[in-house]
Design a protein around this ligand. Sequence first.
Ligand code: DOR
Ligand code: ZN
Length: 335
Amino acid sequence: VNELIINLPDDFHVHLRQGDETPDYAKDHEAHFNRIMVMPNTLPPIRSAESMLAYYQEIKAAAPSLNPLMTFKLHPDYTPEQLRALKEAGAIAGKYYPQGVTTNSEDGVREMDALFPVFAEMEKLGIVLSLHGEEPSAFCIDRERVFIKKMEKIWTEFPKLKIVLEHVSTLEAIELVKAAPAHVAATITVHHMCLTLNDLMGGALKPHYFCKPVVQGPQDRKAILNAACSGNPKFFFGSDSAPHLRHRKEQSVCAAGIYTAPVAMAVLMELFEEQQALDKLENFCSGFGADFYGLPRETSKKLRLIRQEWTVAEEYHGVVPLYAGRTLGWKAEKI
Ligand code: DOR
Ligand code: ZN
């Protein structure tokens, strides 16, 4: 195969930041994606219908052919009226950030149970629960493994609430999602499919491979790769593309996040080819996510992947992307 044409992909987990930076990141996504689900951990966070709509307009103005799917940051104080207003303004998911586990989560939730009344309203309104699955009090490497033990309680109490465990990083999480009811799914990033702790810190520390949840062991990476390539509709693409300016990564305190938007489709193509699963790529990045969220599949816009070498730029707008400087074997272009 030297060329593959697929329906234009959707990315169900993206960070676009705020202010002057947003248009650049939005345009990078516009080059290869149709719909993107935008995360609400901006400064200040997206917590109201008004701020969500304003953010939507900003993204749309910068990248008119990109279709942002909006989210808001969960906290226990939402009233049913506020949640209804968010739903009416187009919110498709509420994002749960446990306190302090990742970028801009200092205002996150301490006790999951405090959110149960909010989950009940979300279930009624048909708003998806999007989970950053890390337990803050656990050892850093084990945070996801500990967090996921609490998930069964959510899906049993709220059998109609759709739940997405974002950016799965462990074999245990893959197994749990596989065994869970059909209303529980997971997003998979490119970086969790190709990196392990060895890449991050097996030799010198590589800040541009640092993200949350942190990349794990070879058996975890393999399980994630297999799940993505398996054709199981519970697993779909969410890049967690998370830009931080170079100086915020290359300093004594390194921000968590990997900028993958410019390379995601080329790297996915390479990984699916290696796994002899090219026939599974389109569902993974242009089908299952939309199906889970109850959105129509986009069939009129396409992405062409061509076997062609190109070298990843060292920086995009001051951000070092995944595989900066590396030559990749596939090139993606919207047609
Ligand atoms: O690595 C990460 N970066 N993980 C997250 O959960 C948030 C993200 C960010 O906003 O930078
Ligand atoms: Zn994220």
